[in-house]
Design a binder for this molecule. Structure first.
Ligand SMILES: Cc1cc2nc3c(=O)[nH]c(=O)nc-3n(C[C@H](O)[C@H](O)[C@H](O)COP(=O)(O)O)c2cc1C
Length: 270
């Protein structure tokens, strides 16, 4: 049988196919099935700090509402479904212990301080590495792209200094010159690039005129841009490259390895 083992960020994987961050990881049964199906590693879904902030806000509103209703109800708790980062960390630890293949944490935080703080918490779980999900949707007319990239570089530098486990960076494709951005991040010691994320985009329901948030699933031909960039990066950066988006079949995996020439550190997330 062919030897498909590879080295990703210094970690030996049985093959270069990594399960990308998504909701499927939430069930232990799914994690086991991924391992049995032959996955080389699994990326656990991201800890989104913004989501935690929203949940905390909601929780405070719930608590205040209960406090106002009846002072004697202080020993009762409103229906709190989320418990902040602890819940994520607990589930990540459970996922890590459920399988014997490497499991990576993933993070999207808001400011430099919290990027570092949460990355350290994720490291404590004992995961093999962490993906920094640099998810940024433009909403401000006053900020130049350069300032956003500079902030991202500072975050990477701070996280790299603060933790010892390997750090991958997952990017969106929406940079004026993504090669420049990757090169600058590479100089900060990023261990791998995951190219590219697919951002959630709302739709408008024209019947009830409300926003809908359906899953924004990839199409098969979307693998061409990640493969093109992987090919351009080959031999030009120190970090490993892992393609994500539209990698549907075994042929897609082989295509990537061919474009990147045999033996290079080319991996895919499905
Ligand atoms: C339901 C769902 C949840 C996802 N959650 C995350 C996440 O938590 N963190 C992340 O970095 N990417 C997340 N992604 C993006 C995927 O990891 C992947 O990058 C993207 O779907 C493109 O790859 P694909 O073509 O294989 O779907 C999610 C995607 C989907 C469909």
């Amino acid at each position: 049988m062919a030897d498909l083992t590879t080295n990703y960020m210094g970690i030996k994987l049985r093959n270069p196919i990594i399960v990308g961050a998504c909701n499927l990881v939430e069930k232990t049964e799914n994690l086991k099935r991924m391992e049995q199906a032959g996955a080389g590693a699994i990326v656990y879904r991201s800890l989104f700090e913004e989501q935690i902030q929203l949940e905390n806000l909601q929780m405070m509103e719930n608590i205040e509402e209960f406090a106002e209703r009846n002072a004697e109800m202080t020993s009762l708790f409103p229906d709190i479904e989320h418990a902040g980062p602890e819940e994520y960390l607990h589930n990540l630890a459970k996922a890590k212990n459920a399988v014997s293949i490497p499991v990576f944490g993933s993070l999207n935080a808001v400011n430099q301080e919290t990027w570092v703080e949460y990355a350290q918490e994720i490291e404590k779980i004992g995961v093999a590495g962490i993906e920094l999900n640099l998810y940024h949707l433009p909403s401000d007319f006053e900020i130049m792209g350069k300032a956003i990239v500079s902030e991202q570089l500072d975050v990477i530098e701070a996280v790299k200094k603060a933790i010892k486990i390997p750090v991958a960076v997952k990017l969106s494709p929406y940079y004026t010159n993504v090669l420049y951005v990757i090169n600058e991040m590479d100089k900060k010691g990023v261990d791998a690039f995951v190219l590219f994320n697919k951002l959630f985009q709302p739709e408008i329901d024209i019947d009830d005129e409300k926003l809908r948030f359906p899953y924004n699933l990839s199409h098969h031909d979307e693998n061409r841009f990640p493969l093109r960039i992987a090919g351009l990066l080959y031999g030009n950066i120190k970090a490993n490259v892992c393609s994500s988006r539209g990698i549907f079949t075994g042929e897609d995996v082989i295509t990537g390895r061919c474009r990147c020439s045999a033996g290079c550190k080319y991996l895919v997330q499905k």
